[in-house]
Design a protein around this ligand. Structure first.
Ligand SMILES: C[S@@+](CC[C@H](N)C(=O)[O-])C[C@H]1O[C@@H](n2cnc3c(N)ncnc32)[C@H](O)[C@@H]1O
Length: 258
């Protein structure tokens, strides 16, 4: 089933950015929500953020008044609110003590990217979904305007839209670490429901069928290591890892280059 998406403009502010967004994505622009429309998702600017609105609520198709998913630029619970935040925890251990430059080749909602960025690594983000890339561009622009970013004269991470399998092969210099968090098929057994943002991502994009190829491309392009985040039930993506660090219901498998 093809997932249908449109841009929604509801009369607030300038219509031009909405028209341009619809053109860039090659999707229709609607000026009101029609309960019978075919779209599963809408993109719209609300409350100063680009939001992905889901038309199917618990009570059937909803008129999209509230909610919506955005790239959340706030630190996660428990993360220290300073920059750079301390490099501790399983993710930092997996990235490695000597790592300075990181490419997140599967940026998604950028929750890992932003954690990596806040720990002070030099970061480049890659995302192949044009819809996600639009949401990320909006999120990174909001990040650039935060007080602490302005005070510390920090630039948000750079973002490349495209397939990392190709983009990693064209890099001019090798990053210390390439980070991968592709979409794994869900566990068949009943398990805790994934977060709404991840369920929507799966619905929009499906599983990443080419993750083995992505791993091979990452291993070639990385300077020192590849880190793969995977659910704890999944087999390691690149065979036996050099090291593994356990997180909550997940693992960071580290592949060191010889
Ligand atoms: C599970 S999500 C990543 C979630 C992310 N770590 C976060 O914290 O929000 C996987 C994302 O990687 C992207 N992706 C998968 N394979 C890719 C590839 N070969 N090139 C670029 N992006 C890719 C998908 O489009 C999807 O948005």
């Amino acid at each position: 089933m093809a997932i249908k998406l449109a841009v929604l403009y509801q009369g607030q502010g300038d219509v031009l950015p909405f028209q341009q967004l619809a053109e860039r994505l090659g999707v229709p622009l609607y000026q009101s929500f029609d309960i019978d429309s075919q779209e599963d998702y809408f993109l719209s600017w609300r409350d100063g953020c680009l939001k992905l609105l889901d038309t199917v609520g618990a009570t059937g198709r909803s008129p999209l008044q509230k909610g919506g998913l955005v790239v959340d630029i706030e630190p996660r619970n428990g993360e220290q609110r300073s920059w750079p935040a301390p490099k501790d925890g399983a993710l930092a251990q997996a990235l490695g003590r000597k790592t300075r430059t990181v490419i997140d080749a599967t940026t998604g909602w950028a929750q890992d990217s932003l954690h990596i960025f806040r720990m002070g690594y030099e970061l480049l983000c890659i995302e192949r979904s044009p819809v996600m890339a639009e949401l990320l561009t909006d999120g990174f622009a909001r990040l650039a305007q935060l007080d602490w970013m302005l005070r510390l004269n920090l630039e948000p991470p750079s973002l490349l839209q495209g397939n990392a399998i190709e983009l990693l092969a064209e890099l001019e210099s090798a990053p210390d670490c390439i980070y991968l968090d592709p979409m794994f098929p869900p566990k068949r057994k009943k398990s805790a429901l994934p977060k709404k943002s991840m369920m929507v991502l799966r619905d929009l994009l499906g599983d990443d069928q080419d993750k083995e190829q992505l791993f091979e491309a990452a291993l070639k392009a990385a300077g020192k290591r590849v880190v793969v985040k995977s659910p704890d039930y999944a087999e390691p993506l690149g065979g036996k890892p050099s090291q593994s660090f356990q997180g909550k219901l997940l693992r960071y498998d580290v592949y060191l280059k010889g």
